[in-house]
Design a protein around this ligand. Structure first.
Ligand code: ZN
Length: 186
């Protein structure tokens, strides 16, 4: 059995108790989340989202690419999405290589030159990358109706998010500890 076969079996079981038939196509919380594809991040779980709440977009590095812009514009204008969260994370694989070296290695390994992907988007600084992605969304003329575009780094060792603030990449804001957060809610 392959991993794919395992998932098909799991889906058969899932469908037996399926209860999301009446969900809307539009995200209930008017939210889109762009997160890295890293397997350690369960986007819905770490953000307390339920199915139907948000448009969740993922790629390597949580990068605002042509295709992510396409999805965000559709989400905003056709599905009513108003807020964007960008979720990068510690230990991201995109910090571990350089585009040109990887391209050269793949070229050597396969003997083939390719036109696509033009870039893998590797980056050397996580905070700077998050700020770049925020800027790409904010500066798009078809996304200037968004009410909020914020960026975060998820710590894969603690499960906590911290916000990357635009004013100073070096100083990022740590979200309050859970007990404080719970006191504020109550
Ligand atoms: Zn990553």
């Amino acid at each position: 059995m392959s991993a794919t076969d395992d998932t098909l079996r799991a889906n058969q079981i899932y469908s037996l108790t399926f209860s999301h038939k009446h969900l809307s196509r539009s995200p209930e919380r008017k939210l889109a989340v762009l997160a890295c594809m890293d397997a350690r991040i369960d986007v819905e779980l770490i953000l307390g989202l339920r199915v139907g709440d948000a448009n969740v977009l993922r790629n390597a590095g949580a990068l605002v690419t042509e295709d992510i812009l396409r999805s965000l514009i559709l989400s905003h204008h056709l599905l009513g999405m108003e807020e964007v969260m960008i979720v990068a994370h510690t230990g991201c694989g995109m910090l571990s290589f350089k585009d040109e070296e990887l391209k050269a290695r793949l070229h050597d390994m396969t003997g083939a030159a390719v036109v696509s992907p033009q870039s893998f988007g590797a980056f050397a600084n996580l905070e700077e990358s998050v700020l770049d992605q925020i800027q790409k969304v904010r500066s798009h003329p078809w996304l200037n109706g968004l009410t909020s575009v914020r960026g975060f780094i998820y710590d894969v060792e603690t499960g906590r998010l911290r916000e990357v603030m635009e004013q100073s990449p070096a100083l990022s804001y740590d979200l309050p500890p859970l007990d404080t957060a719970l006191e504020e809610i109550s």
